[in-house]
Design a protein around this ligand. Structure first.
Ligand code: NAD
Length: 428
């Protein structure tokens, strides 16, 4: 989205086509899986605080639901496009399949900038979104969740609108709800922690001790903050973190050569993941340009912001020291950059494996909603760790066994599982 000429849907399709070819999938199956099954495009009129009506554009796209109800977040972003949502819905199908949870893939988006909307306007937008979709989402067909710039607060407004329309309590309609209102403990941490559970396993397999490593992270929102916390707990040292600055309308990198203090940085970060520049300078952080995160001499890079951030233009800036890239964001690496990374022998943990912790915990949330019985945080996180570790090990073993790159091994496992479901239902 940061680069208007980039189309993530084409990247998602190219990744699928490559593995479909390797697996020798028939034409009908390819045709079915290389595009979404269903799409909803609609307008959402909102009466703004100044009395005028503004019309927003909304999307909900269901890529595939052969393995279970479609599942995926709703993003709020001024540059959201149908193709971004299509790509993300497709990645959700592979994500749920690679961790083997009984869900399909979907995604939603609203073209908006919540940073400049009042609370009331945001609530109206959330309710308006659900009014357009109330018959097409639900616990048994498509289950939304938060994503970029959307949060538990938004999810509860959406659920409330859905329940008002349908006249009942259906907590499993939306996940990522606040704890105490049907939300699961551990959901806020799940994606970021999950990234580090698989990174920990990768380090084990590569014979590297986490306490001997350093990292640079792009983004400092929900995913990055918890990834940073868990990585620090393992003993790793974070040298640099970048984020978007909405005043200057550009990203900056915050660097501390002897390691950043994650809690300190969180305390000067707003709800949208932007670090306060002035306060950071006072605390001794060097302020570098937004791209600087990628060229640090570190062992691990964690892109955790948006798609298409490692491209043919900046991939050559990656330091020789980098051994692992853990893709916490969805689709952070362009196809061209991916090839360079592979040729350089950098171990890459692909997005839909690395960041599957969020949807896995969302699945736990639904399970708890269905039972109306809630687990404690340790139980949630230990279940999450088991699933992420098992998924990583299957992908790693396949990649070694068949001499595949990690991304292709993850795709192979995910696509084979989805194809089995599609074929056994007689869809292809
Ligand atoms: P968020 O909105 O909480 O944070 C996004 C962060 O990226 C912010 O710190 C923002 O300042 C930063 N950012 C934006 N543009 C930037 C740029 N050009 N350079 C540097 N930083 C920039 O979002 P999030 O929930 O943390 O999601 C981050 C990524 O992880 C997205 O790709 C999202 O789709 C993916 N993801 C999120 C979840 C989840 O549970 N939240 C689950 C799976 C995948």
């Amino acid at each position: 989205m940061s680069n208007t000429s980039y189309n993530p849907y084409l990247t998602a399709q190219a990744q699928f086509d490559k593995v479909a070819e390797q697996l020798g999938l028939d034409e009908a199956t390819r045709e079915l899986l290389r595009q979404p099954m269903r799409e909803y495009h609609f307008t959402i009129p909102v009466r703004m605080d100044d009395g005028t009506v503004r019309v927003f554009k909304g999307y909900r796209i269901q890529h595939n639901d052969a393995r279970g109800p479609a599942k995926g977040g709703i993003r709020f972003h001024p540059d959201e496009t149908a193709d971004t949502v299509r790509a993300l819905s497709m990645w959700m199908t592979w994500k749920c399949a690679v961790v083997d949870i009984p869900l399909g893939g979907g995604k939603g988006g609203i073209v908006c900038d919540p940073r400049i909307l009042s609370e009331r306007e945001q609530e109206q937008l959330c309710r308006g979104y659900v009014r357009q979709l109330a018959r097409n989402i639900g616990p048994n067909n498509d289950v939304p969740a938060p994503d970029v710039m959307s949060s538990a607060k938004h999810m509860l407004w959406m659920l409330d609108e859905y329940e008002t329309i349908h006249g009942g309590r259906y907590p499993g309609t939306i996940t990522g709800k606040p704890v105490g209102q049907g939300g699961s403990l551990g959901r806020t941490e799940a994606t970021g922690f999950g990234v580090i559970y698989v990174l920990r396993e990768a380090l084990k397999r590569l014979g590297i001790k986490p306490e001997n490593t350093s990292a640079s992270i792009q983004g400092f929102g929900n995913v990055a903050q918890y990834a940073a916390r868990m990585y620090s707990q393992l003993g790793g040292k974070i040298i640099a973190i970048s984020c978007w600055d909405n005043t200057d309308k550009k990203p900056y990198t915050f660097r501390k050569a002897d390691g950043v203090d994650v809690d300190e940085l969180v305390s000067i970060t707003d709800a949208f993941g932007s670090i306060n520049k002035e306060k950071a300078k006072e605390l001794g952080y060097e302020l570098l340009d937004g791209e600087a995160w990628i060229e640090q001499d570190v062992d691990i890079l964690i892109p955790a912001a948006l798609e298409n951030q490692i491209t043919s233009e900046n991939v050559h800036k990656i330091s020789k020291q980098v051994k692992i890239i853990a893709e916490a964001a969805n689709g952070p690496t362009s196809t061209e950059a991916d090839k360079v990374i592979s040729d350089r022998g950098i171990f890459l943990i692909p997005d839909f494996l690395a960041n599957a912790g969020g949807v896995t915990c969302s699945y736990f949330e639904q399970v708890q909603n269905n039972m109306n019985y809630y687990w404690d945080k340790d139980e949630v996180l230990s279940k999450l760790d088991r699933i992420m570790t098992a998924a990583f090990n299957s992908v790693y073993d396949l990649s070694v066994g068949r001499d595949l790159r990690m991304r292709d091994a993850a795709y192979t496992i995910a696509i084979e599982r989805v194809v089995r479901a599609v074929k056994s239902r007689g869809w292809a």
